[in-house]
Write a protein that binds this ligand. Structure first.
Ligand code: ADP
Ligand code: MG
Ligand code: ZN
Length: 197
């Protein structure tokens, strides 16, 4: 089963890829860095190429919609919301060529094995997620997927304070919970200099 990588998806990817055609692409960065937009762009190109696409997000991401992935500029594609990484394996249909997963940092650590299994089966797996939490500490799940992925894209946002490129997510509330779901009401993109621990 050979897969083609469409133009625009990655500048260095070959047209044909290995005996099975599967691989993993990861898009990481801070909040507001355009991870979901980039995931949606790649999924839309795949749809234009008439490839069979399935998209998943985590049930925790209730910010805009339960049955879509939605970017901060409100572009969206339909998605299935799941609670556990292994649920994805049971839901992917045999003829699905491309699997998109947003907010990967919300998933349990089995998500790494799930992405590898899907890629080993010959599917193109496109994953987006935060690389650092609100303290600036890397999310282990995202880092492990970056380690096994063929392609990694790191996006930067715009620092809300000074306008420089931003790679951190500043939490505006004082809660100490590791996961606190929110958008511009709860977080700001900040550069290294403007980020406060
Ligand atoms: P992510 O999934 O990385 O959180 P999205 O793809 O949902 O980001 O949204 C990116 C969009 O957010 C940008 O294209 C822009 O329209 C908007 N945006 C709002 N605040 C910022 C910011 N500080 N830096 C960059 N983009 C921002
Ligand atoms: Mg997003
Ligand atoms: Zn700054």
């Amino acid at each position: 089963m050979k897969r083609r990588l469409q133009s625009g998806s990655h500048p260095v990817a070959p047209i044909h890829w290995g005996p099975t055609g599967g691989w993993i692409e990861v898009v990481v960065g801070s909040m507001f860095s355009g991870k979901t937009q980039e995931l949606i762009r790649r999924l839309r190109l795949a749809t234009i190429a008439r490839q069979k696409v399935q998209v998943f997000n985590h049930g925790l991401d209730t910010r805009y919609s339960k049955d879509h992935i939605v970017s901060h500029d409100l572009t969206k594609v339909p998605a299935r919301s799941v609670a556990r990484a292994h649920d994805i394996l049971g839901l992917v249909k045999p003829d699905t060529q491309i699997v998109g997963i947003d907010e990967v940092q919300f998933f349990d650590e089995d998500i790494v094995e799930v992405c590898e299994t899907l890629a080993d089966q010959g599917r193109r797996v496109i994953v987006a997620g935060l690389d650092q939490d609100y303290r600036g500490v890397p999310f282990p799940v995202t880092c492990r997927i970056m380690g096994v992925a063929e392609f990694v894209t790191k996006n930067l946002a715009v620092c809300s304070v000074c306008g420089n490129p931003a790679n951190r997510s500043q939490r505006l509330s004082s809660t100490k919970k590791l996961i606190e779901v929110g958008t511009a009401d709860k977080y700001e993109a900040r550069c290294r200099a403007c980020f406060k621990r």
